[in-house]
Design a protein around this ligand. Structure first.
Ligand code: SF4
Ligand code: SF4
Length: 429
């Protein structure tokens, strides 16, 4: 009898059995929309997972179809049968990760990124400084200009995606407590992310300001770090568990009304810490309490009585649903509700706003060709809305959409919903 190559890591039979092969998820899947291939649809991928679960070998073709999935979970929202596709694909990737032998260089580079860069403030600060110097030296602008002339092929796409570092980095605020403006109504813990501390320092500052405006004492707990979302998506669950324990130790649930993140991709994983550590005898209970206390910033702000001391933001704004907010956390109304509260703002819904923009963690770097195809279609939707600001709720989507504007847009500004609220508060006279 063949032994399943998924065995200890792969998707569980109870999840695989849920798929009734109806195909209702196909049109919600960005890779199926691009390629029209069953094997690159959710149903096709589940079929392949079942084969491997029943003893078929993990082949390069299987790895390719699973690797091309964005883990956007659009299929979960579309599925009438409650298929938990997100955790199935994470399991499939964990099984691949356990089996696959990468080349020495690729393996070392990957290990270095996940084990030594993302979890380390020193490494992220050094990387952020290099990014800043690259931009300040003019090399970035030069490369982008060359990329526009199609001189570098696929590398040119990556040049469009290259982020900007934002010194001073938000790491300097970790460990600080920011008082509420006016009467304190809530005490909240803010998790500032990992890469976001260097690439989205201004967004993190705006988040703190908006919370303070709304009666929150904001604690940025010392000891916090990378949430492990990228590790989970890459199939590195054990490494993700280590990071989860570190964050749980940093934030004692119960001391705060709520724990907040402004990154939908992180929030989705942070809310699943209970599941991630369910088998851990020491952390299982603490992880469940932590997860129960976790909220996305838009979810929280829409749930409280929001200060209306806002000035006008006179612009047409459209909203791109971040996959891990809309599909992972089932939050669609809150960001739109917040935008509707901003005076002067005209909201314009774009078509297919909940189809992935192609960002998907590091997918746009690893799979830039597919990511760019998906982005081109996304920008057709953005452009058709006529909006001048594209709002979203996840830093990764911001970077991808900024690249989209550079390649296919008409100078639209890309902002986090919280940055628009911050702007409205700052416009108040
Ligand atoms: S997670 Fe996204 S890309 Fe992957 S199968 Fe589902 S809809 Fe398609
Ligand atoms: S919608 Fe759900 S049940 Fe139907 S094919 Fe897709 S994953 Fe399977």
């Amino acid at each position: 009898m063949a032994v399943s190559e998924h065995s200890a890591y792969g998707p569980q039979p109870v999840d695989l059995d849920r798929c009734i092969h109806c195909g209702l998820c196909l049109n919600a899947c960005p890779t199926y929309r691009e390629l029209g291939l069953e094997m690159d649809s959710p149903r096709g991928r589940i079929y392949q997972m079942v084969q491997v679960s029943n003893g078929a070998a993990i082949t390069p073709s299987y790895m390719e179809h699973i690797g091309l999935c964005l883990a956007c979970r659009g299929c979960e929202s579309a599925c009438p049968s409650g298929v938990r596709y997100g955790r199935m694909v994470e399991g499939a990737r964990a099984a691949i990760e356990a089996k696959v032998e990468r080349g020495w260089l690729a393996g070392r580079a990957r290990h270095f990124l996940f084990a030594h860069v993302l979890p380390s403030r020193a490494a992220l600060t050094a990387a952020g400084t290099l990014v800043y110097l690259y931009e300040a030296s003019g090399a970035k602008a030069l490369l982008r200009a060359a990329a526009r002339l199609k001189l570098f092929g696929r590398l040119g796409d990556l040049a469009q995606l290259a982020p900007s570092a934002e010194p001073p980095f938000f790491f300097r605020e970790i460990g600080r407590t920011f008082p509420a403006r006016g009467v304190r109504r809530y005490r909240v813990a803010f998790l500032a992310g990992c890469v976001a501390n260097v690439l989205f320092a201004r967004l993190n500052e705006a988040t703190v300001r908006v919370l303070q405006r709304n009666g929150c004492e904001v604690v940025v707990p010392e000891g916090q770090g990378c949430c492990g979302a990228l590790h989970v998506h890459a199939g590195l669950r054990e490494e993700a568990r280590k990071l989860a324990r570190r964050n749980i130790d940093a934030v004692t649930a119960g001391e705060f009304h709520v724990i907040l993140t402004n990154a939908a991709g992180c929030g989705s994983t942070l809310k699943e810490y209970g599941e991630l550590l369910a088998e851990d005898p020491v952390y299982a209970k603490k992880a469940a309490e932590f997860a129960a206390c976790m909220m996305d910033i838009t979810e929280f702000l829409a749930a409280i009585e929001l200060s209306r001391d806002m000035g006008p933001v006179d612009a047409a704004v459209t909203y791109q649903d971040s996959c891990h907010l809309a599909h992972g956390q089932r939050i669609r109304t809150a960001p739109r509700q917040l935008l509707a509260m901003v005076p002067g703002l005209t909201f314009r819904e774009m078509p297919a706003s909940d189809i992935c923009c192609g960002s998907a963690g590091v997918y746009n770097i690893e799979r830039s060709e597919m990511a760019m195809r998906i982005l081109a279609h996304k920008m057709e939707s953005v452009n058709s809305s006529g909006a001048r600001i594209v709002a979203t709720a996840n830093p990764g989507c911001i970077l991808q959409l900024q690249a989209g504007v550079r390649l296919h847009g008409s100078g639209q500004r890309v902002m986090h919903v919280v940055e628009i609220l911050d702007l409205a508060y700052r416009n108040f006279r």
